[in-house]
Design a protein around this ligand. Structure first.
Ligand SMILES: *Cc1c(COP(=O)(O)O)cnc(C)c1O
Length: 366
């Protein structure tokens, strides 16, 4: 029997395609890749992903613990700010800790003297097209931007983290950023053992200049005699996952509107946040519909697409690229039924790995 919609469907074969590219980059460059759990934390897939990566990285204590428990390899602990109540637990579960500010390093660094300690540095440049996600925006709190102050704490840290890319699919643009880092911080790179260039480099994309990236990272590591890390999140799962939906109703108001068993805000929140539309394939044909969600929000619209056949009540709709920043952000807005999670195994069978029901909704509040 086919699974009941709605559900997210992770495709193992598609994941393998991305993982092969990650392996290739690691082999050619010597860089280590740790998975950013912030983008994708569907741990049923970790047994497939982890052998092709060097560990995981985090943006909170919960992610540190999940990485330690479910993702073999190194566990990097990073948070914009650790609380007094979290710091001991974070250090206990981490192989490496990265502080976001010198004041956090001052407060907590001595507790972590038995593991490598790093500092996030903000060189004031970025590749990000959206103010909300731009670490170099004015008055940014993401990393230490006063190079003089960084210089004064070099004896207490062994590495840097510099994260300033977001969906950057251009090697030339990354290379230009690296040039800027080198001109601003090169004299400090000589004094550290490792550096992480964060996430947001879309090197698993079809047309990415992966060999050029590998060469540049390898040369960088040799020049400063350090270990380079990358922290891919979305790049690991890009184009691997769909959101499988059914049409519940079709209404007309100037356009044909197909209402599906999902809601943008609850199940693909970033479409609203970044004002994007979902995608379908092939998005061609004679029949055009607005695909809209079932929440009370007037703008609960996934997009307007062309279909080869007329949609009817019960027709299936598949939204593409629903892996990164979807499942980690899903919520119970409107009490809309939460999509299950399924995996399409390499032999083609579809396995349900998680279902949510009324009890989960109740348990999410009190
Ligand atoms: C968000 C983030 C990542 C992952 O970014 P992607 O765009 O998903 O690759 C990695 N490192 C840090 C510090 C981040 O904030």
């Amino acid at each position: 029997m086919p699974l009941a919609t709605p559900y997210y469907l992770v495709d193992e074969q598609a994941l393998d395609r991305n993982l092969a590219r990650i392996d290739r980059l690691r082999a050619l460059s010597g860089a280590k890749c740790v998975m950013a759990l912030k983008a994708f934390a569907t741990w049923a897939t970790f047994p497939q992903i982890a052998p092709h990566m060097d560990g995981s990285t985090s943006s909170s204590l919960n992610e540190v613990k999940l990485g330690r428990e479910k993702f073999p390899g190194e566990t990097h602990a990073y948070s914009v700010a650790w609380s007094d109540g979290e710091i001991d637990d974070a250090i206990a579960h981490a192989d490496k800790i990265i502080f976001n500010s010198i004041s956090q390093l001052d407060r907590f660094g001595s507790k972590a003297s038995h593991i490598p300690v790093g500092l996030r540095v903000n060189p004031g440049v970025s590749h990000s097209h959206f103010d909300l996600a731009d670490p170099a925006r004015p008055f940014s709190r993401l990393g230490e931007s006063d190079i003089g102050k960084v210089e004064a704490v070099m004896d207490r840290i062994s590495g840097f983290m510099i994260h300033c890319n977001c969906e950057n699919d251009s090697f030339a643009s990354f290379a230009a950023l690296l040039d800027t880092f080198e001109s601003k911080l090169g004299h400090l790179f000589e004094r550290i053992d490792w550096i992480s260039f964060g996430g947001g480099i879309h090197f698993t994309g079809e047309n990415y200049a992966l060999e050029a990236l590998a060469q540049r990272l390898k040369a960088f590591a040799a020049k400063y005699d350090l270990q380079v890390y990358l922290e891919p999140g979305d790049a690991v799962v890009t184009q691997t996952t769909t959101l499988e939906l059914s049409v519940l109703d079709i209404v007309e108001n100037g356009k044909a509107i197909a209402i599906v068993d999902s809601a943008v805000e609850a199940h693909m929140l970033d479409l609203l946040v970044y004002r994007e539309t979902a995608s379908v394939a092939p998005n061609a044909g004679q029949h055009r519909y607005v695909i809209a969600g079932k929440s009370c929000l007037a703008g609960d619209v996934f997009g307007e697409f062309d279909f080869p056949e007329k949609l009817e009540i019960g027709s299936r709709v598949t939204l593409l690229n629903a892996g990164g920043y979807t499942m980690v952000k899903k919520n119970w807005f409107n009490g809309v039924a939460m999509p299950a999670i399924a995996i399409r195994r390499k032999n083609g069978t579809i396995e349900l790995v998680k279902e949510f029901d009324y009890a989960d909704y109740v348990a999410s509040l009190s």
